[in-house]
Design a protein around this ligand. Structure first.
Ligand code: I3S
Length: 125
């Protein structure tokens, strides 16, 4: 399905704030640049929005900066990729890799298992 234009159209079933950094794009390593973002989970995508500082009446029109395609993606708890705690990585079949992090281990685990479950419902290729 096409990438949703905005949050309202996305019909996301889970939204929240997480820290994120893209570390690979099309198989090429990128320099880490952590930022705090609104993230939204849909059946097919993890949408990452530009700025966590948004006010509610702008929220519906917010365009995703990154749409991680979940079908064929891999999610793993990160080992040795960051000094931060509760970091997990999402790797797409196109060779993009994003680290996601949240200080609260319970919130991080909720995100991890929600994304993992969404991935498992999609065909692998
Ligand atoms: O994997 P690295 O290079 O230790 O990641 C750190 C860097 O991205 C650093 O930026 P500078 O390269 O501009 O110093 C960030 O400030 C750190 O947050 C990164 O490490 P952590 O452990 O926070 O992912």
């Amino acid at each position: 399905p096409p990438v949703p234009e905005n949050l309202e159209e996305s019909r996301a079933f889970k939204t929240g704030i997480m820290n994120r950094t893209k570390i690979m794009e099309n198989g090429k390593r990128l320099r880490k640049n952590w930022s705090t973002s609104l993230v939204a989970l849909t059946d097919h995508y993890l949408l990452i929005f530009k700025d966590a500082k948004i006010n509610s009446h702008q929220e519906e029109n917010l365009k995703p900066e990154i749409a991680v395609e979940l079908g064929g993606s891999l999610i793993e708890w990160s080992q040795g990729l960051s000094s931060r705690k509760n970091v997990f990585q999402l790797t797409t079949f196109t060779g993009n890799q994003i680290l996601l992090q949240e200080d609260c281990s319970l919130t991080a685990a909720e995100w991890f298992y929600s994304i993992k479950s969404a991935i498992s419902k999609l065909p692998k290729c």
